[in-house]
Design a protein around this ligand. Structure first.
Ligand code: ZN
Length: 539
């Protein structure tokens, strides 16, 4: 049985802290904690008394050490010390690595030593794929990212991941690390857009001739833990579905605006594809959830509704074309109710909100701007309340540690960042910062969830290449899904027992897909949050 109750009494962002932003540390001791600078001088700071954190059963408080000048500091307590560093741009490397983590997920091309270092491998999954419903159709579909710990490629999750990257670049271009040593580096296009395009080129191929998008391109079962080039089972184009079609439509319409300045022809291609998808959606209004065909056991990614995907698509089509039809559709779908602070593979209302609030703006009118903004500001208060209720400042309810809990935590950080951008409220920005600190070590596990980073790091993610490549260190720049006590494997339960609290329900072992898998759409909201904070703050 693991015992997570031990561990240091001070938890910090293991990748350091930024000048100009508050420095937060979690303290788990009643003893006197002193903050000292490099000269040994004691610096004052504020800390509330310890309180019980329901999610972890820890008695903890998050101390605000204030804004500190660049340098090395030490937090001293009778039960142990912790060193922390403050610098101007501490998170450039980890944010860049999270983008490059997607490069390592590239399918269908060789990862060359000059870009991938030790993680090189030959091209994988290059054989033609068969249409599941019409076996006479074979198509050679290249590129895209492996979705997660497995080698499947899924349209909805891929579209959402790309959208996170494109909005990151639109909103915080100066926070996006460049020159990531990917094959396209130095071509005059920012690397975050180069990497996103690799997935977009694949996405375009996943469209059927009538405009609909296939749900996924996978085999019938997940591969064993082998390298991708050794995975030779046949791949199938699985049936089409409205939810991924709408998500792809939205993503491609967004891409048409982003890439227009760099490559007009590509922008036209993405817009045309989005228009064809929209036409199909208009003629296919009935929603049927995707079901895995009999005998197929790869990722399900089934959504309860496609209303949010259609809403997001209408918003992006409006932004791309300015046409009345999309305004009307977006307003109608908005009227049916949208959750505006969710940014995951299933719930994309937040991406519609990003489009309305930061792209369309006031010109979107009463419903899509004025009312939507009011609704968004109201809904994003919930994220702040969750953070305030948590001992670690984590914006997640104690009973909501789901598979991939990093996603709702990063989603809530995105919502609070958007709120801060709209209102200038520092408490929103600072609560978002606590989520970034959570990802990098200020948490009940004292772990940095990004592979390759932090002093206590993830070494055994559920990720096939990281296990199969024979290299001790996992592929870098991938974020672990983190604690989950909702849908667990028996093996995980056996390890942790019944009394392990939700925020500690985590096994740092390869088998534990339920707590320690990685996914492209967990990296991407972390990239959004990282790029926001990877800038200069002066107050
Ligand atoms: Zn592959």
């Amino acid at each position: 049985m693991f015992d997570f109750y031990e561990g240091p009494v001070i938890r910090v962002n293991q990748e350091g802290y930024a000048e100009g932003l508050p420095v937060y540390a979690a303290i788990l001791t009643k003893g006197l904690v002193e903050l000292k600078d490099e000269t040994g001088k004691i610096l004052p700071f504020e800390a509330e008394p310890l309180k019980l954190d329901e999610a972890s059963d820890d008695r903890v408080t998050v101390a605000n050490l204030g804004r500190l000048k660049a340098g090395t500091y030490i937090l001293e307590s009778p039960e142990g010390n912790r060193t922390l560093t403050v610098s101007a741009r501490p998170w450039n490397a980890v944010t860049g690595a999270l983008i490059k983590g997607l490069y390592y997920q590239r399918c269908g091309c060789e990862l060359k030593p000059e870009h991938a270092g030790a993680y090189t491998h030959p091209a994988c999954h290059t054989a033609p794929a068969t249409d599941w419903e019409d076996r006479s159709i074979q198509r050679r579909i290249t590129g895209g990212w492996h979705d997660a710990g497995d080698y499947g490629k899924y349209v909805g999750p891929g579209a959402v991941t790309v959208a996170h990257l494109l909005y990151t670049w639109k909103l915080f271009p100066e926070g996006c690390p460049d020159n990531l040593n990917i094959p396209e580096s130095g071509n005059g296009v920012p690397d975050i857009l180069n990497e996103a395009r690799y997935e977009l080129e694949w996405l375009l191929q996943m469209q059927r001739t009538d405009g609909a998008f296939h749900h996924k391109l996978t085999k019938m079962r997940f591969a064993p833990f082998i390298m991708p080039q050794d995975d030779k089972e046949p791949e199938y184009l699985m049936p089409v579905n409205p939810a991924p079609t709408a998500a792809a439509c939205a993503c491609l319409a967004l891409a048409s605006r982003v890439y227009r300045a760099f490559d007009r022809e590509f922008a036209e291609r993405t817009l045309q594809s989005a228009q064809e998808a929209w036409k199909w959606l208009r003629n296919n209004t009935e929603y049927k959830p995707f079901l895995n065909p009999e005998g197929v056991y790869t990722g399900w990614y089934c959504e309860k509704t496609d209303k949010d995907d259609r809403f997001w698509a209408a918003c992006e089509m409006l932004a791309a074309t300015g046409e009345e039809e999309y305004q009307k559709a977006a307003e109608e779908l908005y009227g049916e109710g949208q959750q505006l602070t969710h940014f995951g593979w299933a719930d994309v209302g937040g991406l519609g909100a990003l489009c309305c609030l930061f792209e369309l703006g006031e010109e979107a009118g009463e419903v899509l701007y004025t009312k939507l903004k009011e609704d968004f500001l109201g809904q994003s208060e919930e994220a702040l309340k969750l953070s305030q209720a948590s001992g670690y400042g984590t914006a997640l309810a104690w009973d909501n540690y789901v598979w991939g809990s990093i996603l709702p935590i990063m989603s809530n950080a995105m919502a609070m960042i958007m709120n801060a951008l709209l209102t200038g409220r520092q408490e929103m920005r600072d609560a978002a910062l606590k989520q970034w600190n959570y990802a990098l070590g200020m948490n009940a596990l004292d772990i940095c969830f990004v592979t390759g980073f932090g002093e206590n790091r993830v070494m055994h993610p559920h990720h096939r290449p990281s296990e199969a490549d024979g290299i001790e260190d996992p592929v870098p720049g991938l974020i672990s899904g983190g604690p989950n006590n909702k849908m667990c494997f028996p093996q995980t339960k056996e390890k942790l027992g019944e009394n392990t609290p939700p925020a500690k329900y985590f096994v740092e072992e390869t088998f534990s897909a339920d707590t320690n898998e990685i996914a492209i759409y967990w990296n991407s909201p972390a990239i959004f949050v990282g790029a926001y904070f990877n800038r200069t703050f002066t107050e």
